[in-house]
Design a protein around this ligand. Structure first.
Ligand SMILES: Cc1ncc(C[n+]2csc(CCOP(=O)(O)OP(=O)(O)O)c2C)c(N)n1
Ligand SMILES: [Mg+2]
Length: 353
């Protein structure tokens, strides 16, 4: 019913000639550069966590094209609602690497977007961000702007009530929001076939009479151009779209789990060999004669320098303020929060005696 759209096949062949004019050398090279930066960052973050320099971390390796391609389709005044796994998207839209590192170090500064950028803090309670995004989009519509919102969520999130409430409300009120699903086919250890009977996630759009798009999430061209179309529709007042980007996470759910306990990791390695989003773009670029090893080396070096500098800045921060743990939960703290805060200070006094 919903065919998976591809613009670029696994061998780097362009399947959609309508976009060839837009694929200038500088655009394609900038996509590749972004993919290299976020993958290098992701790998480094895992190693920092292993060294005890980050608290925990949720890797996205394998999902880079889905995140970079979609976030790149946004305009500067749009909204972005991420989950805990969407750092490649938030980096693409303007978050600094340092901010992401601060977040995973448990710092409140890790939730603050750059001046003027509407990036929400990562949502950890699954699917809660969908109604938020619908609300923000609706507010833009009421104000009469042409701004839209994009909201990221996983396959598991589509089994939550908030997913359905977000879509229903957006559909009824024609909110300018793009529901961007990354179907990495696992919700922690639960494979998609054990979680839902629906064949696709895109088909869930039918229930709300909104357009549904199923695409190859490892094909950065399909992701970028299809997301742009959906955002344009939203801006024109035609309402929301549900996009399902079919992808795979190559690694663990977070640094706290071991994927070999619930799936055969050989499958991930096989998928990497055939569907890796970066190799696919690289093949296309080689076919076009716009990729060579010296250039690749130079962008890897640039990415590494940027990452090392962000780590230095993150590690130079003064110790966090304990109050931050409690003070940002409610505008007016409840008695339970006050009690927990007092108890924690009492605990710290005991530790420091
Ligand atoms: C409301 C809620 N229930 C359960 C959890 C625990 N939990 C954290 S991640 C996760 C899986 C989510 O899977 P998916 O939506 O596919 O996103 P992915 O992690 O694959 O990116 C669950 C169940 C949670 N964070 N929030
Ligand atoms: Mg998932």
């Amino acid at each position: 019913m919903f065919k998976r759209i591809q613009y670029l096949d696994e061998n780097g062949n362009l399947l959609n000639n309508d976009i060839s004019e837009a694929l200038t050398t500088s655009f394609v090279q900038s996509l590749y550069e972004k993919l290299i930066l976020v993958r290098s960052f992701d790998r480094k973050a895992i190693s920092l966590q292993r060294q005890g320099r980050l608290g925990t971390y949720a890797p996205f390796e394998g999902q880079e094209a889905a995140q970079v391609g979609s976030a790149l389709a946004l305009q500067a005044d749009d909204w972005l609602f991420p989950t805990y796994r969407d750092h490649a998207a938030t980096i693409t839209f303007g978050h600094s690497l340092k901010t992401i590192l601060l977040y995973w170090n448990g710092r409140v500064e890790g939730c603050i977007p750059p001046e003027g950028k509407k990036i929400f803090p990562p949502a950890v309670p699954i699917a809660t961000q969908l109604p938020h995004a619908t609300g923000a989009a609706l507010a833009e519509k009421r104000k009469g702007t042409k701004n839209a919102a994009i909201v990221y969520f996983g396959d598991g999130a589509t089994s939550e009530g908030d997913f359905h409430e977000g879509l229903n409300f957006a559909s009824v009120f024609k909110a300018p929001v793009v529901f961007f699903n990354q179907n990495n086919q696992f919700a922690i250890s639960v494979p998609i076939e054990k979680q839902m009977n629906s064949e696709t996630i895109a088909q869930k759009s039918v229930a709300y009479s909104i357009p549904g798009v199923r695409l190859d999430g490892n094909d950065i061209f399909a992701v970028y151009f299809e997301t742009k179309k959906a955002l344009d529709r939203a801006r024109e007042g035609d309402g929301p779209t549900l996009i399902e980007a079919v992808t795979w996470r190559y690694g663990a759910h977070t640094t706290a789990d071991d994927p070999t306990k619930y799936r055969n990791q050989d499958e991930s390695e096989r998928k990497r060999a055939t569907t890796d989003p970066i190799s696919r773009l690289e093949k296309y670029m080689k076919n076009q004669g716009i990729w060579d090893e010296a250039w690749q080396e130079s962008i890897i070096t640039k990415a590494t320098q940027k990452i090392e500098q962000a780590i230095e800045e993150m590690e130079a921060y003064p110790p966090p303020n304990v109050d931050d743990l409690f003070d940002h939960v409610f505008a007016v703290p409840t008695w339970t929060i006050k009690e927990q805060k007092d108890q924690y200070y009492e605990f710290l006094r005991g530790v420091n005696q």
